[in-house]
Design a binder for this molecule. Sequence first.
Ligand code: FAD
Length: 435
Amino acid sequence: MKELFDVAVIGAGMAGVIAARDLSEKGYEVVLLEARDRIGGRTYMDDACGTVLELGGAYVHWTQPHIWRELQRLGITVNAPMQEGSSYWLADGAVHSGTSEDFYGRVAPLLERLFADSRARFPMPFDPTALDNTEIEKESIEDRINSLNLSAYERDVLEAALSGVVHSYKDHGIAQLLHAVATYFGNFSAFLETAGTWSIQGGTKRLVNGMMDETTAKLLLSTPVDSISDEGSQVTIGTRDGQKIHARTTIVALPINTIGDMHITPALPHVAQSMIARKNPTLAGKLWIRVRGLVEPFTICAPAGKYPLNAVRTEMYLDGDTLVLCMCSDDSAIRGEDRFGVQAALRKFIPGIEVVDIAYHSWVGDEFSKGGWMMNRPGCFTTGAVVLRQPHGNIHFAGSDISASEAGSIEGALSSGAQAARDVSIKLAKRRPKP
Ligand SMILES: Cc1cc2nc3c(=O)[nH]c(=O)nc-3n(C[C@H](O)[C@H](O)[C@H](O)COP(=O)(O)OP(=O)(O)OC[C@H]3O[C@@H](n4cnc5c(N)ncnc54)[C@H](O)[C@@H]3O)c2cc1C
């Protein structure tokens, strides 16, 4: 093992891989330390339901600058979504149905009220701290919905429309969502399109492998890190199997829910420690369902916490069957093998539908993620995340969970990883001896 690397990047998700790629392109010697036996982190493709499916993050958009640059650089395009069909929604205890226009016609005025101040709160989304949002940071999504004084039906329709991204109205702060909507001109539907419609041709694996192919970083898989110590002139990284790796600087590109497992010296500022201790509360999951036959396209929306399946839609046809994608607000309500339970839950909306297979990865149960996509708790988005974006001596942090742009997404991971690489590069360039 080399004695002293320029940079040790910890975590080979999208954030860590782009950071390692960008720094090695600049000529720095980089080691990339990854706990799992694969790269990609919370993006992950595997054999499932008779094909290869995205079991984690998947959807991207041409409006996302870092994603789009990487896809273009690698010559990759995106897959168009399946056409929309019938809509079913669960509200005030009953199943309702209509076209997708019928559903969005009902929900659009409610969404407008919910996000009315998004652009005023975050007028420059590229700088989430441009205004003081202390008051907004106290509000949960539940508080905001309560303030709208909705009927039971309206409330369920609104919560059902949010349920593809929000899984606990009580635990999630409104600030991150206001920021996401402000990024897309105050329009929730536009934000939702970027978050869950267009998938990568060849998948996320093709993207992350493409970026990895461009790096000269030394990749160490199956190497969980458990300590990081900044000793002033260098950082020493300890691994679970007792290795010590030395580097001038480090980029910690880990999910917020696993940073707490790490012994970091010197201790982080209190506000950062508090965010890490309070965790990413998203305990949701993504389920694939293979149903028999070519089913007419449909979507189902149900409020999080009120039904086991929350945002459901037909995704593609496969060998005479239909693949259906489903976001579930409560990971613990899903049994990866409970085909008949899933079938019963779907039949509430579509009687007679027949489930032949299901596939699921528990990101909550996975020790190297311990949760789903990032949704900040009240009081974190413009405080703890901001502090974690600042260098802590020679220790820098990156990742979608602390990103200033599109937190909780692949774009957020890439943007944050690229920013950390720029910060580290500037720091190392200053230390290079002058010719
Ligand atoms: C089910 C699901 C669906 C999603 N859908 C979308 C979507 O459609 N579109 C979208 O944009 N985003 C989506 N996301 C979010 C997106 O996938 C993530 O925000 C993004 O991939 C996170 O990238 P990251 O590099 O910041 O973190 P991660 O991908 O979590 O990478 C962190 C890496 O650190 C490693 N690690 C953890 N602990 C250690 C340790 N102790 N030592 C060494 N390495 C360690 C992990 O193994 C991992 O490889 C989804 C996420 C989930 C879970």
